[in-house]
Design a protein around this ligand. Structure first.
Ligand code: FES
Length: 59
């Protein structure tokens, strides 16, 4: 995925914004929601966000 690719269309949240939120300490979908509002409209992107978290969050 490219940093400019939109993950959440409703809130125009790009992959880069999700990456930055994770770099800033976000570890769960709730953290991403709080920081970016991604997923707060139709919810269709939540699964994609969970997948990104699975890949990028160091456990
Ligand atoms: S695409 Fe993210 S809330 Fe609709």
């Amino acid at each position: 995925m490219d940093r400019n690719d939109l993950v959440c269309i409703c809130k125009s949240v790009s992959y880069g914004k999700i990456e930055d939120a994770i770099d800033n300490g976000a570890q769960t979908y709730e953290d991403i929601l709080e920081e970016t509002e991604a997923g707060s409209v139709c919810g269709g992107c939540i699964e994609r966000i969970e997948e990104i978290l699975d890949r990028l969050v160091v456990k």
